[in-house]
Design a protein around this ligand. Structure first.
Ligand code: AMP
Length: 192
């Protein structure tokens, strides 16, 4: 398997770039945010639980998120690999993911992290909120909480992957095509 993590603060373009990447590399997309939203829509127990955190812009507890991801991976045994989008978001999630992939004799091959400044991110999220109707994109306080969660809980993960020589910081400003090209260039260095 060839597994990629796409990192970046809320609004960095992870979802948009993931759809292009999974097409190019033939990978399975796993967006934990999308799975939570589908559960909220379906009014499942998991959805009800996740909603209270998502509405406040807080992370859903690790145990809940990790179990959901493990279940997703187990239900896709024949894929060429995964693009993890919005997961892992804490060091514990990162370590958990390594252990799950190890059970499949696999690992994370490459981590790309999109860098975008906060003013631009806020602008993008508020715009997206108007179109998508996502409540967590429409409230500036929730957006600020999401940035804080990213800065305190998710950014430390970058060091974890840097120490493994898997991390690429990618400029996330510019056109979708330009950013896609930068991402592919980074990813291709891990394909031989
Ligand atoms: P996203 O669509 O990736 O921006 O995620 C939307 C929201 O879902 C986040 O603000 C969190 O509340 C929750 N969420 C998504 N992925 C995770 C994760 N890996 N760990 C904890 N919470 C998550």
């Amino acid at each position: 398997m060839f597994n990629i993590i796409i990192f970046g603060p809320p609004g960095a373009g992870k979802g948009t770039q993931s759809s292009n990447l999974l097409e190019k590399y033939g990978l399975q997309h796993l967006s934990t945010g999308d799975v939570f939203r589908a559960n909220i829509k379906g009014e499942t127990e998991l959805g009800l639980l996740a909603k209270s955190y998502i509405d406040r812009g807080e992370l859903v507890p690790d145990e809940v998120t990790n179990n959901m991801v493990k279940d997703f991976i187990e239900r896709h045994p024949d894929v060429k690999g995964f693009i993890f989008d919005g997961y892992p978001r804490t060091l514990d999630q990162g370590k958990y993911l390594d252990a799950v992939l190890q059970d499949f004799s696999s690992e994370i091959n490459c981590v790309v992290a999109l860098k975008v400044d906060e003013d631009e991110l806020t602008k993008r999220l508020l715009e997206r909120g108007k179109i998508s109707g996502r409540a967590d994109d429409q409230n500036e306080e929730t957006i600020r909480n999401r940035f804080a969660e990213y800065n305190f809980k998710t950014e430390p993960l970058l060091e974890f992957y840097q120490a493994q020589n898997k991390l690429h910081l990618v400029n996330g400003m510019g056109s979708i095509e330009e950013i896609f090209e930068r991402l592919c260039k980074a990813i291709d260095t891990h394909l031989s």
